[in-house]
Design a protein around this ligand. Structure first.
Ligand code: PEP
Length: 248
């Protein structure tokens, strides 16, 4: 059975002090939950402080993005080695906000994943359709194209897929459990057809996950976890999501 995996994407919120405050209150709330993998992805500036507090806990540290070159004259960018030295085990790649506001294509996402894996960082790859694409019945086609482009020439080792319908991110609109499971099934089938080890890959759902809808979403056979934005910003709310992710 795939172990449930809940990740927090804090986006451009929380200073170092706010990160420390969150982590201090969050650790005791989840310390006895061993059946769920937990990850927090604060902004770059708070990674190092977060790493010190998370040492010897059951909570992993992730970054929200990285660049696709090892080092050099790329002002403002962050390399995988920098993430490792800040204490990250994982990096989120291809979030829809990166694709939408920073013109990240599947080709760029593919380069980033290759470099992350070459540096032994685990990856959460985000994919998902827009509302227009869903309404035009193109959801599966979009997901398959994103998977093919993003995972070109890559194995599935240490890769988690986050299915995040763009229309459900930060909007309060959650995909129904059936919509989530159907999209995850499409992802799983594509992985089975094209890669080895597809059945071990965890597929998270992302899009307005909250304490009161996580149990229903997690009841679906193909939903292995969640990538959470808004509801991960408060320790109590995020701890309830983690607790609700234990598979019954
Ligand atoms: C996200 O940012 O990946 C996300 C799913 O956000 P929210 O939970 O706020 O919809």
């Amino acid at each position: 059975m795939r172990k449930p995996y809940i990740a927090a994407n804090w986006k451009m919120t929380k200073t170092i002090e706010e990160t420390e405050e969150f982590i201090r209150s969050f650790i005791p709330l989840v310390k006895d939950i061993n059946d769920v993998d937990i990850l927090i992805a604060p902004p770059f500036t708070a990674l190092s402080a977060a790493s010190s507090l998370l040492k010897d806990t059951n909570i992993k540290l992730g970054a929200q993005n990285m660049y696709f070159e090892e080092n050099g004259a790329y002002t403002g960018e962050i390399s995988p080695r920098m993430l490792l030295s800040a204490g990250c085990s994982t990096v989120i790649i291809g979030h829809s906000e990166r694709r939408q506001y920073f013109q990240e294509t599947d080709e760029i996402v593919n380069k980033k994943i290759k470099l992350a894996r070459a540096n032994n960082l685990e990856v959460i790859l985000c994919i998902g359709e827009s509302l227009e694409e869903r309404e035009a019945n193109k959801t599966f086609e979009v997901l398959e194209n994103q998977l093919a482009g993003s995972l070109k020439d890559l194995s599935l080792d240490e890769i988690t897929i986050a299915y995040e319908p763009i229309w459900a991110i930060g909007t309060g609109k959650t995909a129904s459990k059936e919509q989530a499971n159907e999209a995850h099934t499409c992802v799983r089938e594509w992985l089975r057809k094209n890669k080895d080890g597809a059945d071990d890959v965890r597929i998270q759902y992302g899009g307005s996950v909250k304490p009161d809808n996580v149990v229903e979403l997690m009841s679906q056979p193909e939903v292995d976890g969640a990538l959470v934005g808004g509801a991960s910003l408060e320790a109590e709310s995020f701890s309830k999501i983690v607790a609700g992710a234990v598979k019954k």
